[in-house]
Design a protein around this ligand. Structure first.
Ligand SMILES: [Zn+2]
Length: 74
């Protein structure tokens, strides 16, 4: 089940909520106004606070046809 992160536009309260994929939105536990879904991450085993899911950066692309090595200007 995905873990959704919500940000309440009314009181700026941020919270996580485990919800089924089909679910739409959540109410802020603080002020009980509808909150906006911020990002969705998959639930991790063991709650680790504010850590973010590991996006692995793509390796830098060596540009164009030759990576600049041949001097062709691409
Ligand atoms: Zn709120």
């Amino acid at each position: 089940m995905p873990l959704y992160e919500y940000l309440c536009p009314t009181c700026d309260h941020k919270f996580d909520k485990l919800q089924p994929m089909s679910s739409q939105g959540a109410d802020c536990p603080n002020c009980e106004q509808p909150a906006k879904r911020a990002i969705s991450v998959f639930a991790r085993v063991g709650k680790g606070g504010e850590e973010h899911p590991g996006f692995s950066p793509l390796p830098p692309l060596s540009g164009g046809c030759c990576g600049g090595g041949c001097g062709c200007g691409h």
